[in-house]
Design a binder for this molecule. Structure first.
Ligand SMILES: [Zn+2]
Ligand SMILES: [Zn+2]
Length: 464
């Protein structure tokens, strides 16, 4: 009998890590992600299983909360196979290298401080280094193509399908045959928003004996895409027309490419006032190049944008600024658009742009993503009039505007619609969600689909 257990993203949204163990002891993982935000301390806790006993890890997509503990898994003895789409493996390298770099920086700062107190022994080393990330890529990798079935041995087959969330993202169907009995377990992965400009909508799956579905926004509906785009266009145009600049804090993967896509469409439709647009984030530039490279898995609209030079989002005026010198040179520009990370303004190049632009009332800081409690982004959104950046007090006179409708996740109705397309759906299990939202989603599933969904608890044993 196959047994399922969650060791992350059970009654929480981060740390995705699900294990499937067969009667003969063979064990697989679906994702091995990092806990983030208030759950961060859990990254140092034991996995809850023996990494050496895992024969394969299947990755649904490259977000840190789905791949972030993988280098640690390898350090602790995992030597099996990794199965993922090519795009996921390449994006994951960008994400994990960035994460290793940030952890190394944080470690150096904490170590220096502790050293001055004579307590350097107390600072734990980073969870992994860039070398550990590289080691991951020495393991055997099987690249999944959407719709093709992969034999994993031990009577297990896997099929990846586009989950519509970010480049390379997948839902995974596992077919398990044990002692003449067949079971289909489906892992939704993170499911995308069907109105996403860049990624096509999630593909349906036909059958599941057990569906493990994400439930991040199982309690709410997103704002309409048309309103979101119109609001974005209006704020950008108005700011540029009054001679101001637009500063957009953005996540490197997916949100940045959506913003580039929108700006390019504005440019093509001659709606964008003449201005320079800077993508000022080495990580976002690397991610954007991967979107170019894997354009055939993007939306039809995006594919039509492809230029002869192989770039999707380029237009005259758009500049990718790679070096710190190029980034600093942007300070002299007036009436421009700057896209930089981090998306929540808690680090990265966005800080120096905010330092140079916040004091000026002609400028706009345009937020296009969620701002967590405790971040500079959140303080700005909440209307703070003075903020400290690099030890300097800055007055906030720029317009602070939030466009809420962008989301890389399906909302309640989209999740229900995706579930509604199964021709046979037996048991439903909820993962990747907060308990209060999951409880509401359980009610919606009962009402709309007549099914009793179960909220998966950490470590709980579910026999398939
Ligand atoms: Zn995700
Ligand atoms: Zn996720």
């Amino acid at each position: 009998m196959a047994v399922f257990q969650s060791f992350g993203a059970a009654e929480t949204v981060t740390g995705s890590c699900h294990r499937l163990q067969l009667g003969d002891g063979t064990a697989l993982l679906v994702d091995c992600g990092m806990f983030q935000g208030q759950d961060e301390v859990r990254n140092r806790e034991p996995f809850g299983f023996d990494p050496k006993a895992i024969s394969a890890v299947l990755l649904t997509h490259a977000h840190l909360d789905h791949v972030g503990r993988l280098p640690r898994l390898v350090k602790e003895g995992f030597s099996g196979r990794i199965v993922a789409t090519r795009a996921t493996m390449e994006l994951a390298e960008v994400v994990l290298m960035d994460s290793a770099h940030l952890m190394a920086e944080e470690y150096r700062t904490r170590y220096k401080k502790a050293q001055r107190r004579g307590e350097e022994e107390s600072v734990p080393p980073p969870m992994y280094t860039m070398e550990d990330v590289s080691a991951l890529y020495d393991l055997p990798i099987t690249y999944a193509e959407y719709g093709e079935t992969i034999e994993l041995g031990h009577g297990i087959k896997a099929t990846f399908r586009n989950a519509g969330h970010i480049l390379g993202s997948s839902s995974v169907t596992l077919e398990i045959e044990e002692a003449g009995r067949r079971v289909k377990a489906v892992f939704s992965g993170d499911l995308g928003n069907r109105n996403d400009m860049v990624i096509p909508p999630p593909e349906p799956v036909a059958e599941a004996d057990a569906l493990f579905i994400e439930s991040t926004y199982g309690d709410r509906l997103h704002k309409g895409v048309k309103d979101t785009e119109a609001e974005f266009r209006r704020v950008v145009s108005e700011t540029l027309k009054r001679g101001g600049s637009v500063v957009i804090p953005s996540f490197a993967i997916e949100r940045t490419q959506e913003i580039l896509c929108l700006l390019k469409r504005m440019f093509d439709a001659k709606e964008l006032p003449r201005c320079k647009v800077f993508l000022d984030s080495p990580m976002a530039i690397r991610a954007t190049r991967l979107y170019d490279l894997y354009h055939t898995s993007l939306s039809q609209m995006c594919q039509r944008m492809l230029r002869r030079d192989g770039s999707l989002f380029a237009f005259s005026g758009l500049t990718f600024t790679q070096t710190p010198e190029e980034s600093r040179a942007i300070n002299d520009e007036k009436g421009c658009i700057i896209i930089a990370g981090s998306g929540m303004c808690n680090g990265g190049r966005i800080l120096h742009h905010l330092k140079h632009r916040l004091w000026n009332g002609a400028n706009t800081v345009l937020f296009v993503g969620y701002q967590a409690v405790g971040t500079l982004g959140r303080r700005l959104v909440e209307g703070e009039k003075r903020v400290k950046i690099y030890h300097e007090e800055i007055v906030v006179r720029a317009q602070i505007h939030t466009v809420n409708g962008f989301s890389a996740h399906a909302d309640r109705d989209e999740l229900l619609a995706w579930m509604g397309r199964f021709s046979r759906l037996e048991k439903v299990y909820l993962v990747h969600g907060e308990p209060d939202k999951q409880a509401l989603f359980v009610k919606s599933i009962a009402k709309e689909l007549g099914k009793q969904a179960h909220i998966v608890k950490y470590g709980e044993t579910i026999t398939l």
